[in-house]
Design a protein around this ligand. Structure first.
Ligand SMILES: Nc1ncnc2c1ncn2[C@@H]1O[C@H](COP(=O)(O)OP(=O)(O)O)[C@@H](O)[C@H]1O
Ligand SMILES: [Mg+2]
Length: 305
């Protein structure tokens, strides 16, 4: 006879059980509400695009910069190829490691040794000594291990061991798309399981996902395309705009052939955030930097400011 696993039985309740232990007065949860704290992103210009509401000396509520991604947030970074997703994720990993938070990077596309060489370059660009961070960066190489890539329960089991063994606080997965390649109907299920896992282990995480170029730029649909953004706490969409015609040329004040990189925080349910499209650049060290809002950029290029 089939016996129900214990946890499912507990969830459904035994004979006469109710679900009243899942019902709480807000006041009873007071001591359990996590404090809203910023985890610096390692990306110039991004930390201050997240806000927190505080009461000032006069007792009035006001918004203040949070100083990073909200602690405990699962951030989804998405965009078409070559928009800077991996770079942003690496910058976060390096910054967090430099602040003493052990960081696990699950590399699904790039073998660990190649990732290591780009991490070293970016650390130098961020003026961080990579050898001082080496013991706080754990690489899980799912690019060269098809079991980790294809079997979600194996990956989750490995991650739990890694978090326990190394005291990991931050997880980067680059990319979740690589975990459901050619099985796109599994996208939501995969991301949901990983999201729940990060929450259970109190991790602050970045999930990178690939967007198909067919999806509309800078929209929620763009964010993974398979409603991943409904699962995660925060979505950031990256894109690039090629200046190819006279209209773009006069709008952006740039010659044909130039490129404008763009970033938008598409949504974040854990805190307030800037909702505008911002220009961003990737500098010669291969570091992402977020600049002014696109509107201000256009006004400046056209000499209106
Ligand atoms: N050292 C560098 N100097 C200038 N640009 C760089 C450097 N390293 C990477 N880039 C730019 O960043 C882009 C790749 O960013 P990446 O984060 O790997 O993209 P993806 O969104 O596909 O993950 C490259 O196409 C290149 O334009
Ligand atoms: Mg990438």
């Amino acid at each position: 006879m089939y016996t129900m696993p214990k946890f499912i039985y507990a969830m459904r309740g035994g004979p006469g059980a109710t679900h009243m232990n899942s019902v709480h007065l807000a006041s009873e949860l007071k001591g359990y509400v996590p404090e809203l704290k910023g985890f610096p992103t390692g990306v110039d210009g991004l930390d201050n695009l997240f806000f927190v509401a505080v009461f000032n000396k006069e007792g009035q509520p006001e918004l203040q910069p949070l100083g990073g991604y909200p602690q405990g947030c699962v951030v989804h970074v998405t965009g078409i190829p070559d928009t800077g997703k991996s770079i942003m994720a690496e910058q976060f990993a390096l910054k967090q490691a430099s602040m003493g938070n052990t960081t696990c990077i699950v590399t699904v596309e790039q073998p660990a040794q190649f990732l290591l060489s780009s991490l070293k370059l970016r650390a130098a660009g961020m003026k961080l000594k990579f050898d001082e961070l080496e013991d706080r960066i754990v690489l899980v190489d799912a690019a060269q291990n098809s079991v980790l890539r294809d079997d979600l329960s194996c990956l989750i089991d490995t991650l739990a061991r890694v978090i326990k063994k190394y005291g990991v606080k931050v997880v980067v997965i680059d990319s979740v798309t690589g975990l459901y390649e050619a099985r796109e109907m599994l996208a939501r299920q995969t991301v949901r399981a990983l999201y729940n896992f990060m929450k259970m282990w109190h991790q602050t995480a970045i999930f990178v996902s690939q967007k198909r170029s067919g999806h509309e730029e800078l929209t929620a649909e763009a964010a993974g395309g398979y409603a991943i953004s409904h699962i995660v706490d925060c979505s950031i969409v990256l894109s690039k705009k090629e200046i190819l015609n006279r209209y773009d040329q006069s709008l952006y004040g740039l010659p044909p052939g130039e490129q404008v990189r763009l970033l938008r925080i598409d949504g974040c349910r854990m805190c307030g955030h800037d909702t505008r499209v911002h220009v961003m650049e990737i500098d010669e060290w291969g570091l992402v930097k977020v600049g002014s809002a696109l509107q201000e950029f256009i006004q400046k290029r056209n000499g209106n400011v």
